[in-house]
Unconditional design. Sequence first.
Length: 362
Amino acid sequence: MGFKCGIIGLPNVGKSTLFNILTKGNSAIANFPFCTIKPNIGIVAVFDKRINNLAKVIQPQKIINASIEFIDIAGLVKGASQGEGLGNQFLNNIRETHALAHVVRCFKNDNITHVYNKINPIEDIDTINTELILADFDVCENTILQLKKKTIFQSKNIDQKIYILQKCLKHLKSFSMLKTLDLNQDEKKIIHPLRFLTIKPTMYIANINEEKESKYFLNKLYERANKEQSTVIPIHAHLELDLVNMNTDEQKSFMKAYNIQTLSLKNIISSGYKLLNLITFFTAGKKEIRAWPILNGSTSIQAAHKIHSDFSKGFIRAQIIKYVDFIKYKNENKIKEIGKFKIEGKEYQIKDGDIIHFLFNI
């Protein structure tokens, strides 16, 4: 299973530009709504200095970073939940994702039209969120009706589902996102197959420029995000698109001239990784070092299955070395001598940075 982060927002806010920054690709960029009708999908490497540090010690033939799929979804408009602007198709694209990067326009530019002819990032967010809420409301209501038809079987499980969905429906009626509803893990597991849009973890990508108004809009966005306990990542999209298309020397010179400390795309990728609740484990050898993304809380048998189903079917044990120990001692035998080489079974919970060698028998 790939981990997918959807890029959403109104038309003409910079979603496709952001996608090109992330992927250094060639998705269509144009100054009109619905430029992106079919979603662009890009697999993006996750920046992790640990894999490079491991490579300095092991000197493998190949390095493979962890990755996330970013999906550039066409702009939503008012009425999308009723099919406006190909809305149903676009909402279904969002359902396929695990987390969302919501691009918000925080700049004025007379040469780039706004779909509602007014720059107001908070209103833009509310427009998108309203459509997501209405779409979830329909799914929730229809599912309750279908389940009630089945209650003639007097299934306790169905009654439980109806109770949880009615709680969700009440919350959505107040125009609140499901991510703000107090649901326990069991309740979340029950509604998970419905792929509700408003329960997906979200970060805001503030598309800014160098004008004073941009700072004002950005501050408004920070105020909104603080109330929601959401992350905001400012990015000067067109400037960073120019940067990623430069060679290394040009990029360094440009960043130094404009006092740019780091590219925002690194923050976006790492924040997407955190939003998805992912950690990284490594497999390491002379042939290849590879970083594997996995859900936080996963067990060694689940990690083995991620590499290959044969690893989990014939699982014997997992040999674990902590990243910090490997970097410190740089020698597997030394790590064994001091007792930091661990042998674990199927239920061991993977820790971020674990270097794992799986023993299996088919």
